[in-house]
Design a protein around this ligand. Structure first.
Ligand SMILES: [Zn+2]
Ligand SMILES: [Zn+2]
Length: 454
């Protein structure tokens, strides 16, 4: 159903309709696939025939219905752009699924490799309101499910905010330590050296960060054992799911990363006691403790579009921890974490943690979702596949209309675009909401980063 157009938009649209290009305007906006905060660019593009120098296509900003080029924001966060986050979620689902069941260039045999879904937690920084076994909290109350007090400290004055923030800031480094220990543990269980291990298996993973209500980062990871060349080869027979689970448990217990010395106290960071490891079975089987690959992929994809806002903080950089928080929904607990980041961020010995820049993330500056290179396809490849598909459609339409486009290999593209702002005008918002196409244009970067540790 069409939303009602605001008066300003109606005036703009009526003026446009007079010039007869309303439908092309609608088309330009709708090609954004519902993106709410597109990037606006000014400039032009020339497609030149490489051999003859003939200009085969020109695009000038002034000729575009919006007067500017509009590009999807591609933000992964659902709080920033629902449409782009949805594309990101689906791509992440396919990426994780490909590494569990095959597809997108990965063979189906990968489903037989040992793989588990593991959750790594942060240690305690002080008692928090909770529901032990669904029962009464230490404070004496029975907290309902949606009680905002859940996860917040019983006594904020005694909660170790400094440790909590510093732990988040070192979580990425701790994961890297864990990955090294995991290979050591696997090698020692097989009775071989670490360099020998590299010749018989590879550890692949895809992981996502999730904020707990207490503002601490958790990692959820698919960890898989492959042959030495990655997903296409079988790991040795001794590499079982049980052996993998055991090795993960030991590596998580042993992993530690050194932190700063503050007020004479040397900090060291480790994972919390709680560690959940579950074997992943094939898509159609779910035992009482095993997970299906679909459930795992859906879980990771869901968290890939979230940020620290689930812990009651902001989804954007903070420039002033006092004024930026006025009038926001930031919780008292998150506010204390943010202020702790701000305070520690001012200490020269902690400069490299860039705690002020990452205060809205409560100190965590790692990537939200990462995968080892051999895990499966990349998000970039999934986007390219879609771009190629769109390009093929454009060519087909041009050919049908009697103006076939020249072969891409013979064309030189000269683009000169500069940033001109973000967002949609009122009229554009209305045009965007009036119809949502299924296949958006997609281009741009990926925040899934290839991890080089493997
Ligand atoms: Zn967007
Ligand atoms: Zn309580």
């Amino acid at each position: 159903m069409r939303p009602e157009a605001p008066a300003g938009a109606v005036r703009q649209l009526a003026a446009l309709a007079q010039y007869g290009d309303l439908s092309t305007y609608a088309h330009q906006v709708q090609r954004l696939g519902g993106c709410e905060r597109p990037v606006r660019m000014e400039g032009h593009r020339l497609d030149v025939h490489a051999a003859t120098g003939e200009i085969v296509r020109e695009v000038f900003d002034r000729d575009l219905p919006a007067g500017q080029l509009l590009i999807r924001c591609n933000n992964r966060r659902a709080t920033r752009c629902a449409a782009c986050a949805e594309v990101y979620r689906k791509d992440t689902f396919h990426l994780v699924t490909a590494g569990l069941s095959g597809g997108k260039g990965i063979g189906p045999d990968v489903a037989r490799h040992p793989r588990v879904f593991a959750t790594f937690t942060a240690p305690s920084f002080g008692p928090v309101h909770n529901r032990p076994g669904g029962g009464r909290c230490r404070c004496g109350r029975l907290h309902p499910d949606d009680d905002p007090a859940l996860g917040t400290p019983l006594n904020p004055e005694r909660y170790d905010y400094r440790d909590a923030v510093l732990w988040n800031a070192h979580a990425g480094a701790l994961w890297a330590r864990f990955a090294t220990y995991l290979r050591q543990q696997l090698a020692s269980r097989a009775g071989i050296g670490r360099s020998e291990l590299r010749h018989c298996l590879k550890v692949s993973y895809a992981k996502v960060a999730e904020y707990q209500r207490r503002g601490a980062v958790h990692f959820h990871a698919v960890i898989r054992l492959d042959g030495p060349d990655g997903a296409e080869g079988d790991p040795p027979v001794w590499a079982t799911t049980e052996l993998l689970s055991d090795a993960i448990r030991s590596a998580a217990r042993l992993a530690e990363t050194p932190g700063p010395v503050l007020d004479g106290r040397a900090h060291t960071f480790r994972f919390g006691e709680q560690l959940d490891i579950r074997p992943i079975r094939s898509a159609d089987f779910t035992g009482p403790t095993d997970l299906s690959s679909r459930a795992v992929a859906a879980y990771i994809a869901k968290y890939a579009t979230k940020g620290a806002e689930t812990a009651g903080t902001l989804d954007r950089t903070i420039r002033n921890p006092i004024t930026d928080l006025i009038g926001t929904d930031v919780t008292d607990h998150a506010r204390r974490m943010i202020l702790t980041c701000w305070h520690l961020g001012g200490l020269s010995e902690l400069e490299e943690l860039r705690l002020r820049k990452w205060a809205h993330m409560l100190g965590f500056r790692g990537h939200f979702s990462t995968k080892s290179r051999a895990y499966s396809v990349t998000l970039g490849a999934l986007r390219q596949e879609r771009a190629d598909h769109n390009e093929a459609l454009t060519r087909e339409r041009a050919a049908l209309a009697g103006h076939p486009l020249p072969d891409q290999d013979t064309v030189l593209v000269l683009s000169h675009w500069r940033f001109a702002g973000t967002g949609l005008t009122t009229a554009e918002s209305w045009l965007a909401a009036s119809r949502r196409p299924d296949t958006p244009d997609t281009e741009g970067d990926s925040s899934w980063t290839a991890d080089e540790t493997n």
